[in-house]
Ligand binder design. Sequence first.
Ligand SMILES: Nc1ncnc2c1ncn2[C@@H]1O[C@H](COP(=O)(O)OP(=O)(O)OP(=O)(O)O)[C@@H](O)[C@H]1O
Ligand SMILES: [Mg+2]
Length: 254
Amino acid sequence: MIISIINHKGGVGKTATAVNLGHALARLKKIVLIIDIDPQCNATSIILGTDEYRKSLYDLLTTDQNPKDFIHPTKYPNLFIIPNLPETATLEFDMVRTAPESLFELKKKLSVIKNNYDFILIDNPPSLGVFCISSLNTSDYVIVPNEAGSRTSIEGLKKAVEFIEKIRNSSNPNLNFLKLLTTKVDRRLAVHKVLLQLIKSEFPQNKIFKTIIPTNTDIQKAELKKETIFKYKSNVAGAVAYKKLALELIASIK
Ligand SMILES: Nc1ncnc2c1ncn2[C@@H]1O[C@H](COP(=O)(O)OP(=O)(O)OP(=O)(O)O)[C@@H](O)[C@H]1O
Ligand SMILES: [Mg+2]
């Protein structure tokens, strides 16, 4: 199944979730492919830790080569990636010009490899633009991470959920908004407790992951070392939370 990780707000933990949830699932013996559709290429950098890759999402979207050729193995067993290049940002103009066909290109390409993976996770840029629409057109489910500390986030979250509904009602009837994921939570902070309550009052319980991701600087340190949290330190709070999330995800889509 294909899961988009989206939120048009930046820095909420989309990439941290794509790479660490992806690795957690791989450690649970699931075969996982991460697709980096964000021209910032942060997931690519964390997972591959090198710029020495030749075939990327850019070529996947611009050539007719076999999609299998763009899948890179990683240093992590069961975990694969289609990396991205910053140049992909320049495709946006052409994609707008040639829409709507261009917005189904990724879906077309992935249709031949989709069944080879238990989970395909797509890490999105902080926008609801052409890359996000392509990602949602391709996906079965959507996870929306949300940073606990942000006061303005509830309205933004509602907009993201409305956007998912819009895509479901127009171009992808198979799309399901799975759940919200609250990230960077510090339970000692009163404002975080208020926000967690607020989310509970604004969204149905079955649309919120029970697992919350705590604020854990090891996640940032792992990112600096271009590693997942499990490679960096597999027993810290961030790793424990992402493993729990992986188990909850598996249980919730059974
Ligand atoms: N649970 C966490 N605890 C502490 N730091 C975190 C946590 N999750 C993510 N971070 C850090 O916060 C920053 C933003 O996270 P991340 O890159 O995952 O967000 P994003 O939503 O992908 O951002 P963008 O919208 O720019 O793609 C990064 O430096 C990351 O290491
Ligand atoms: Mg990101």
